[in-house]
Design a protein around this ligand. Structure first.
Ligand code: PRP
Ligand code: ZN
Length: 214
């Protein structure tokens, strides 16, 4: 075990998780400076490097041991089917992965989607949900602006993240079924289970997290 080694934590570069992740680290008393284009930042008062990447890449970067820790949404973990160890739920970035349909479409249960086209950025999560419910549908994989798909004739329904519900309302969509409830979690690489510095950082995060929850 090399206790002098610097710990690496993978964080979302841009998006909803980014702000809360950085705030949590600052509440741990960690000092670092970042600008909008930073991809890596060195902490000046703890042996820690922040790696800023797309959230979709965080599970594999942690799983492979390139980073020791990561902060990511459960939705991303579930979609990427990577066997990461969840160290702690962080209580921010609450959202749900839901199926929604245009308000004029009748929908009493998920079986209404049989044979329909569903646009999503979460094809595996949706596919598992449909299979579990015995529904065969055409999953259309798009990487963003999913809610526009029914309006442009690309799909009959969507499956996307819902937080405030504003995007659904703006696009005249009604939330019907929840595929997954999600929040940000701290994940730990199985490769770094013996690092004392990683343990120290996790303890700091737990203490800061308790402070936030009070
Ligand atoms: C996310 C998500 C939903 C929306 C939900 O999109 O994919 O579209 O936010 O938030 P709300 O319920 O509070 O409106 P994002 O803004 O990340 O854009 P993208 O999906 O097009 O990347
Ligand atoms: Zn979206």
């Amino acid at each position: 075990m090399n206790t002098n080694q610097r710990v690496k934590i993978a964080l979302q570069k841009k998006g909803r998780l980014n702000d809360d992740s950085l705030t949590l680290l600052k509440q741990c008393g960690l000092s670092f400076s970042l600008n909008a284009s930073s991809l890596i930042a060195e902490c000046t008062n703890f042996p820690l490097d922040l790696i800023l990447i797309r959230d979709d890449d965080i599970p594999s970067v942690v799983n492979s041991g390139v980073a020791d820790l990561g902060i990511v949404g459960e939705n991303v973990l579930y979609e990427n089917v990577v066997a990461c160890f969840i160290s702690q739920n962080l209580g921010f970035c609450d959202c749900r992965l839901s199926i929604a349909v245009p308000s004029q479409i009748p929908y009493s249960s998920v079986s209404a989607l049989q044979g329909k086209r569903i646009a999503t950025s979460y094809p595996r999560s949706l596919g598992r949900y449909l299979t579990a419910n015995g529904v065969e549908a055409d999953i259309i994989n798009i990487s963003g602006s999913v809610e526009v798909a029914p309006r442009i004739g690309m799909a009959d329904a969507i499956c996307d993240l819902v937080s405030s519900g504003r995007t659904l309302r703006e696009n005249n969509l009604i939330e019907k079924d929840i595929v997954l409830e999600s929040e940000a979690v701290l994940i730990r690489s199985r490769q770094s289970l013996s690092s004392r510095t990683t343990d120290e950082l996790i303890a700091k995060i737990q203490i800061a997290q308790c402070g936030r929850a009070i």
